[in-house]
Design a binder for this molecule. Sequence first.
Ligand code: FMN
Length: 189
Amino acid sequence: MAEHPVFQAVRQRRTVYRFRSQEIAPEVLSELLEAATNAPNHRHTEPWRFVVVRGAALSRLADLRVELQMERSARDGKPPGDLDALRREVTQARTIVYVIQHLDADEKRQREDYASCAICAYILQLTAWERGIGARWHTGQLVASRKVRPLLGLADDEEPICYLALGYPDEEPKPWRKKTAQELTRYVE
Ligand SMILES: Cc1cc2nc3c(=O)[nH]c(=O)nc-3n(C[C@H](O)[C@H](O)[C@H](O)COP(=O)(O)O)c2cc1C
């Protein structure tokens, strides 16, 4: 039986950790961002904003990653680990897209908007996959730290929810054993 394309993409998509150096064409990236803005959002708040980081700005982001790691290591009294590997983690994808939430004044709405921004990031990841482009969703220090804000040019009412490292895969991502929905579902009748 032929598999429906959305179902197939959802089932087959995997996080990609290693990328080739091939750039994503600007028009392809624009299409992916446009697709992502179809995420459902209550009251049509359209809370998502995007910051695309590429070129020389990737090096600045990598510098910040190293700086934050050094700070953490000094704070925890632990060695900083492989700083070159950290730097490569940021620069190898060639294109990074931050998904930013525009913060509504109403806190209840902020919670709903966060959900919409996460869906938006997932659509970006999924439509990229359909085009042969892999993605790795990142949270961690380069999302949480206030120090990333000037680099991204964020306004006070904007909060990054994640960044997606995007690029053409240089690996065959492996499936992992998920629980089935049947294992996780209770029916109340
Ligand atoms: C909310 C969220 C935060 C994540 N943060 C990170 C992260 O900081 N670093 C990372 O390597 N992967 C991160 N991931 C990717 C997950 O580790 C990945 O989706 C998970 O291993 C499942 O693999 P799959 O995407 O191939 O199904 C994140 C994913 C989500 C949804």
